[in-house]
Design a protein around this ligand. Structure first.
Ligand SMILES: *Cc1c(COP(=O)(O)O)cnc(C)c1O
Length: 465
């Protein structure tokens, strides 16, 4: 399978190169040349498979040539062996709604589904083909801990995660800084999340530095992350349909960077009978407004109770845009430059109709998020985290939708306590964190401080075989 860029500036590359490249060298996002089709017979047969066996069938055509099937099977086993639930992503019934629990991984957030796999793929490719990878990222909480859990202890990989000192929740801080592996480096900067992002961006833009120190990213633009997330859409469908290829269902997806819901869109393109994908946003509703009127205009980011969705420009959205404009990189570039020039882009009437056929959207504010947590707890005894609550509220009274649960409620205890007065019991991975030893380096929020730290830490290591 070959991969192309949404902006048309990358010669077709194979799976290994696409994963190691992350963001396209032309600034675009990588996509497979075609979507492998899953016909009615396969849908029916695969609906009986375990998550891991289903993942193997679905991923194989995307990965073919790059990783032999037996090795891919082993990578998948290792990636999902760290999940605390035998089904990996179980589908549960809550009142008249279905909830797909994606939070049974090592950091209790759905990002583990993708990052456990990505970490193993990185290690496999680097060990086989040679090379080293030094992951650098800035986090406001969730992504950092899931990325660290994905690569801790892996050969040929080091990870450097910047977080704003004193500005992430105590649980999130502990999830990152209590990981004892020597390849994990936590940096608390004396500044904000935006400072962290600015520093990371500046270091990535210094191409000589980036090359010399083999810097890479793990943000949600990596194709392997989307690939891993396609699997649970098929898995959930199989659990509900029992293999009837005529069975159709929708999904409600709490959305930030559009990675999760784009994986659902890919599943649909591959032939999964998905009726509609519901983009559920919090008050940061740029995507909901776009689905309503075809006008994509960024505003200010408002902090909410669902912080992982406090995003205005969704990085994965460009992947959908590519399909919306008829797989035409020139048209993608034109829309992006319109956005650059005017702060806004607009699609045609026909495109808006296509969009309405693929997606619905709804924005849910903090007050209704808290109401949803409370009502679901009172009626069904089930505790939702605030991100999941946004999706459940957006799809209320819809028995034809599966709601994706993106975080364990114990990760967001402040919001849960505000809604129902008690905390959710923590899953095993969140227990005892406060007693564990922490490791973290404090630095000033400057490019020079972080550059110096990377240099000092990596000196010598890069020359080893
Ligand atoms: C990252 C995240 C989201 C948003 O997912 P996207 O793929 O960015 O749309 C939703 N909920 C939680 C808990 C997350 O960590």
């Amino acid at each position: 399978m070959n991969y192309l860029s949404t902006r048309g500036g990358v010669a077709p590359v194979g799976f290994s190169e696409a994963v190691m490249m992350g963001l396209g060298i032309d600034g675009g996002l990588l996509l497979p040349e075609t979507a492998p089709q899953v016909g009615p017979d396969a849908l029916c047969d695969w609906s009986r498979l375990s998550f891991q066996d289903l993942a193997l069938e679905l991923m194989d055509p995307f990965v073919a040539d790059a990783i032999p099937r037996a090795d891919l099977r082993a990578l998948i086993r290792r990636s999902y062996g760290t999940f605390s639930h035998g089904e990996v992503t179980p589908l549960v019934k809550v009142g008249n709604q279905r909830i797909l629990e994606l939070f049974h991984g090592p950091t209790a957030a759905f990002k583990d589904v993708a990052l456990q796999f990505l970490g193993n793929v990185f290690e496999y490719l680097l060990t086989r083909d040679g090379g080293r990878l030094n992951i650098l990222g800035a986090t406001s909480g969730d992504t950092g801990s899931a990325a660290i859990a994905g690569v801790r202890g892996k050969a040929r990989i080091r990870i450097f995660i910047l977080h704003p000192a004193g500005r992430v929740s105590p649980i999130q801080e502990r999830q990152m800084t209590t990981v004892p592996d020597a390849n994990v480096h936590n940096i608390a900067i004396r500044g904000t999340f935006d400072d962290g992002q600015r520093i990371v961006k500046a270091l990535f833009n210094d191409l000589d530095f980036k090359r010399q120190y083999n810097l890479g990213a793990v943000n949600s633009i990596n194709w392997a992350r989307i690939l891993a997330q396609i699997v649970y859409y098929f898995y959930a469908w199989g659990r509900m349909s029992r293999g009837d290829p005529g069975f159709r269902i929708g999904f409600s997806v709490p959305t930030g960077n559009f990675g999760d819901v784009f994986a659902g869109y890919m599943a649909k393109r591959m032939g999964l009978p998905i009726d509609r994908l519901l983009i559920a946003t919090n008050r940061n509703d740029i995507l909901a407004r776009f689905v309503a009127d075809g006008r994509y205009a960024a505003g200010e980011v408002h902090p909410t109770l669902s912080p992982a969705m406090d995003i205005q420009i969704a990085s994965n959205f460009e992947r959908y845009l590519y399909f919306l404009v008829g797989e035409d990189p020139a048209a993608v570039r034109a829309l992006l430059s319109e956005m650059d020039r005017t702060g806004c882009m607009r699609v045609t009437k026909e495109q808006l109709a296509t969009l309405a056929g693929d997606f619905e959207a709804a924005a849910v504010d903090d007050a209704r998020t808290l109401d949803r947590i409370r009502e679901t707890y009172e009626q069904d005894g089930y505790i939702l985290d605030p991100h999941t609550a946004v999706g459940v509220q957006a799809a209320r009274h819809r028995a034809d939708m599966i709601c994706l649960a993106t975080a364990h409620p114990a990760k967001f205890n402040d919001a849960v306590r505000r809604a129902i007065g008690i905390q959710a019991p923590p899953p095993p991975c969140l227990r005892g964190l406060l007693e564990k030893e922490t490791r973290c380096t404090r630095l000033d929020a400057t490019e020079e401080a972080v550059r110096g730290y990377l240099r000092d830490t990596l000196r010598g290591i890069e020359d080893q075989p």
